[in-house]
Design a protein around this ligand. Structure first.
Ligand code: CP
Ligand code: NVA
Length: 308
């Protein structure tokens, strides 16, 4: 049994194995219907319990399809309908019950501490479906999308992030170390990535490039990422923060500096990207969303100890 909580803690060989498996599985599904089951139904009889403490469209649906296509099933819990959410049952007892009824637990939470607590008490794999500090399933899937579109290992590409230093960026930074790719970040000085992740990068003898000027970050990038300026866990002055990011909006003028680039965004979007870019020819956001199903299937197999 293996958890999938933070890319920082997962071996590169395992991450690469997951991507390889996803590529094979995706290719084999060319003529399949949405709910057709992969050959061998590797997760037949297994149930993934999903719990969301915050909204989700893509993560919820893509995990539903992922486990179904592997022959298993899923149930989605709303945290406010559990005793735990109402303060009427301990996390330890909840975790034991989840482990009794379920085979895997996917959690989207407002609390990093809760993830660590669940790890302590669960007897089944835990998958982090977004926490305040990371979004690992999203970024691993995005690496799959990039390699699929660019037909090159990500280590040979220049990756750029323009925007807030949030959970998605933390996972992208972790991936830049694990997969050895060049990462340039463009963000205002006071919104730079936190010291914890930068120290971790240093400890791993890697380097990331951070610029105040978005133009410097974008120049000659192969991939440009962005995400909402205001994340789900952000408790900030929204008007002020949006103003601070005004010159970081991704528009066609900025993209001219990276003529070969594609644009990616985990969604949902805010106003950090213009409609012309988001709906334009460089944007690959719909394929990006679709690939989450394929990669999460292989993440589930990794967690269940069934990765070939
Ligand atoms: N990208 C992403 O995680 O989307 P949801 O919040 O809709 O799950
Ligand atoms: N950074 C965003 C990602 C949403 C998928 C958030 O945490 O709200």
């Amino acid at each position: 049994m293996k958890h999938f909580v933070n890319l920082m803690d997962i071996k590169t060989t395992d991450l690469k194995k997951i991507l390889k498996d996803a590529k094979k599985r995706k290719a084999k599904r060319k003529n399949f219907n949405t709910l057709d089951i992969d050959k061998g139904a590797p997760l037949k009889g297994k149930i993934l319990i999903q719990m969301f403490e915050k909204p989700s469209l893509r993560t919820r649906l893509s995990f539903y399809l992922a486990i179904r296509q592997l022959g298993g099933g899923t149930i989605t819990l709303r945290s406010n309908e559990l005793h735990l959410g109402k303060g009427g049952e301990s996390l330890a007892d909840t975790a034991k019950i989840l482990s009794t009824y379920g085979d895997g637990f996917m959690l989207r939470t407002n609390s990093n501490k809760k993830i660590n607590e669940f790890i302590k008490f669960l007897k089944i794999p835990l998958i982090n479906g977004l926490s305040p500090s990371s979004h690992p399933t999203q970024i691993l899937s995005d690496i799959f999308t990039i390699e699929e579109i660019k037909k090159k290992p990500i280590s040979k590409l220049n990756i750029c992030w323009i925007g807030d230093s949030n959970n998605v960026l933390n996972s992208l930074i972790a991936a830049s170390v694990k997969f050895s790719f060049k990462l340039k970040i463009g963000c205002p000085k006071k919104y730079r990535p936190n010291k914890f992740i930068l120290d971790w990068v240093k400890k791993n003898h890697k380097f990331i490039y951070i610029f105040d000027d978005p133009k410097k970050a974008v120049r000659n990038a192969d991939v440009i990422f962005s995400d909402k300026v205001i994340s789900l866990n952000d408790k900030v002055n929204i008007i002020k923060k949006k103003k601070d990011f005004k010159k970081y909006i991704i528009d066609n003028n900025l993209l001219k500096l990276a003529p070969k680039s594609i644009f990616l965004h985990c969604l949902p979007r805010g106003d950090e990207v213009s409609d012309q870019v988001f709906l334009g020819e460089k944007s690959r956001v719909w394929e990006q969303a679709c690939n989450r199903v394929h990669v999460q299937k292989s993440i589930l197999l990794y967690c269940f100890g069934k990765l070939r």
